[in-house]
Design a protein around this ligand. Structure first.
Ligand code: BV8
Length: 235
């Protein structure tokens, strides 16, 4: 029997134990900062310096040596290496922890904090430093158009064609550390339901729990390595 294709969707919960805040938990980012002030194209047009400050602080956090991939990120990289079938890891996270853990079949559907994009010439650049309204684009040389390479509310997520094709082939769908409140990611489980086994792995039942066949609750660093170990044993 051929091994089923796996699509894995991850959210902020998988990086929580690496020291990065989630969004919608009581101590999450959206509990202290309004989405409308930092994560929309309108916010950037209104006050680019404020939006840059928000993302510069989060990019600086990723440079902190204490922030490292955890056992859950590492387990998913191992799954990709050892699974005899196809694996696609789709992350909503803009952090770089999956890549640092070794995942290569990886799609950042909400963009990447460690990249910047020029709104004038559309060039995308690796970016580790702060951005400001005066930062010139390394490609076209013009200032004023550089922005974090992230997908804000109201913008189209990245890689939707590739994700759609992977969901069409998928026999196992895993949703890890996400509250399932942001679309289109929140709708992926409905797209595969009935033809793929669907499993939620989250600290607690998410609002989308009822849409999954199975759910495993606990910290990602515990439940994900255990689930991957069991899956690879059966492969
Ligand atoms: C779009 C920027 C059209 C980057 C972010 C349909 C219905 C309703 C609304 C819409 C709809 N379609 C579109 C919308 C509008 C909107 C939307 O969804 N609004 C919602 C909020 C109502 N969506 C959009 O605008 C999207 N664009 O739809 O375009 C389109 C689409 C397809 C094709 C063509 C056109 C664009 C969305 C982009 C959002 N960008 N931010 C940044 O600053 O980071 S959103 C933000 O939320 C983050 O990026 C994050 O990735 C995303 C998801 O959050 P989660 O990762 O789930 O985090 P959350 O805190 O919510 O949950 C954490 C979970 O972890 C919790 O359940 C917790 O229990 C758990 N947890 C905690 N600790 C642990 C843990 N689990 C395990 N272990 C632990 N230790």
């Amino acid at each position: 029997m051929t091994a089923p294709s796996i699509v894995i969707l991850t959210g902020a919960g998988i990086s929580r134990e690496s020291g990065l805040a989630t969004f919608r938990d009581a101590d999450g980012i959206w509990a202290r900062i309004r989405i409308e002030d930092v994560a929309t194209p309108e916010a950037f047009a209104r006050d680019p310096a404020h939006v840059h400050a928000f993302y510069n602080a989060r990019r600086a956090q990723l440079r902190d040596p204490a922030v490292q991939p955890n056992a859950a990120h590492l387990a998913l990289a191992e799954l990709e290496r050892r699974w005899p079938g196809e694996v696609l890891l789709v992350t909503q996270n803009v952090d770089d922890l999956h890549g640092r853990a070794g995942s290569r079949k990886l799609l950042h559907m909400h963009g990447e904090l460690m990249k910047a994009r020029c709104a004038r010439c559309e060039a995308v650049h690796p970016w580790t430093d702060d951005l400001s309204t005066g930062t010139p684009c390394p490609a076209c040389g013009r200032a004023g158009g550089m922005r974090p390479h992230v997908v804000w509310f109201g913008e189209v997520p990245l890689g939707m064609d590739r994700i759609g094709a992977a969901l069409d082939r998928c026999g196992l769908f895993l949703s890890i550390g996400t509250s399932g409140q942001v679309h289109p990611a929140a709708g992926f489980v409905a797209e595969v339901r009935g033809r793929a086994r669907t499993v939620e792995l989250n600290l607690e039942p998410s609002e989308s729990r009822s849409r999954f066949d199975e759910a495993i609750h606990g910290p990602a660093t515990e439940v994900v390595p255990r689930f991957v170990r069991d899956l690879l044993r059966g492969a």
